[in-house]
Design a binder for this molecule. Structure first.
Ligand code: XMP
Length: 326
């Protein structure tokens, strides 16, 4: 019988056997997989582990704080945050094409991660003990999808901007390789991780950068963050977190429509709600969110988020639609 306590005990022993006295590095994304993987490694080898978190400015409201404060408090991991918000915004200036955005975000992410890592390695080598191990939150379905390989070469590149440079000379530590997502969540809870992280919806590596149709700017990101926070709060409040796989909130920055608010005419942007139900994101159906919940979300967004005068609902399944709009 499967029990999170046993898996934790087994994994802690396996990690200790694999890394011994070695130094370990881990990139945190804010998502549940890397958070649980790092917590397991920390439980096994303590301060031999250093975590890196890149703030690319494309995160949702409160995510950085949850990692820096709540996660660090509950685990005790040593965390280095790289504030790369300016760098990413500058690199994204004038870019509207989705694949171009992904490429730029991926490139900047790797650049930032490598710099942070180089600094840590230099520091570690100065004390005579280079970093040899890299933690990856690879799950069982990722292993199957990538052909089941092991070792240093099998770095998860599928879709994830977390995808690291292929030429890194690290031995991988992958404590979640035999687990499914719901098992990872159970282990995260057993380890006492913050619930906002453990129950977090899947969120793409390029973050809000691919949820703004049009150019990414700081003002648009702020607007989208506010709308997204309202949607998440209302869906949770309505008890829909179990039914909804994820709900992208998309800003159509290149579209404007006429509205009327207060005393006058407005010419604002639409926000799209994309709640989907799914098992694995390969296929999905649009979630039948109750009308009164949609009404509350729509009222709140149009009242509270300046620049938005229309809220629309995406009622397309996947296929033919994808989950994200870009
Ligand atoms: P689509 O839009 O292809 O999304 O139906 C399927 C799942 O993948 C996520 N997604 C991404 N994840 N980098 C990621 O790490 C990406 O570029 C990316 N694009 C989509 C999406 O959120 C959904 O869970």
């Amino acid at each position: 019988d499967w029990n999170p306590g046993n898996v934790i005990a087994d994994q802690v022993a396996a990690i200790q056997a694999q890394v011994g006295e070695g130094k370990v590095i881990c990139g945190l994304s804010g998502g549940v997989d890397s958070a649980v993987a790092a917590a397991l490694v920390h439980k096994a080898v303590g301060d031999q582990l250093v975590c890196i978190f890149v703030d690319h400015g494309l995160l949702r409201q409160d995510e950085r704080r949850q990692v820096e404060e709540d996660y660090v408090k509950s685990t005790g991991v040593r965390l280095v945050t790289i504030d790369a918000r300016e760098q990413f915004l500058t690199a994204l200036e004038g870019v509207s094409d989705p694949e171009q955005k992904r490429k730029i975000i991926g490139r900047e992410f790797i650049r930032t991660f490598e710099q942070a890592q180089a600094a840590l390695i230099a520091e570690a080598e100065a004390d005579g003990d280079p970093i040899k191990y890299l933690v990856q939150g690879t799950l069982y379905p990722d292993v199957v999808e990538s052909g089941g390989g092991t070792g240093t070469a099998n770095i998860k590149s599928h879709h994830n901007v977390g995808g690291l440079p292929e030429d890194l000379q690290f031995e991988l530590v992958e404590p979640l390789r035999t687990l499914f997502k719901d098992e990872v969540r159970a282990i995260g809870r057993e380890l006492g991780l913050p619930e906002e992280i453990v129950s977090r919806q899947p969120f793409p590596g390029p973050g809000l950068g691919i949820r703004i149709v049009g150019e990414v700017t700081f003002e648009r990101l702020e607007l989208l963050r506010s709308a997204d926070a309202i949607v998440r709060a209302e869906l949770s409040e309505a008890g829909l977190d179990g039914e909804i796989w994820q709900c992208p909130v998309v800003l159509l920055a290149d579209v404007r429509s006429v509205g009327v608010q207060g005393d006058g005419r407005t010419y604002g942007h639409p926000i799209v709600l994309r709640p989907v139900s799914s098992e694995d994101a390969m296929t999905a159906d649009w979630t039948r969110v109750p009308f009164e919940v949609l009404a509350r979300i729509s009222n709140r967004i149009t009242n509270e988020v300046a620049g938005v005068n229309r809220v629309v609902l995406d009622v397309t399944s996947k296929p033919p639609g994808t989950i994200e709009w870009e």
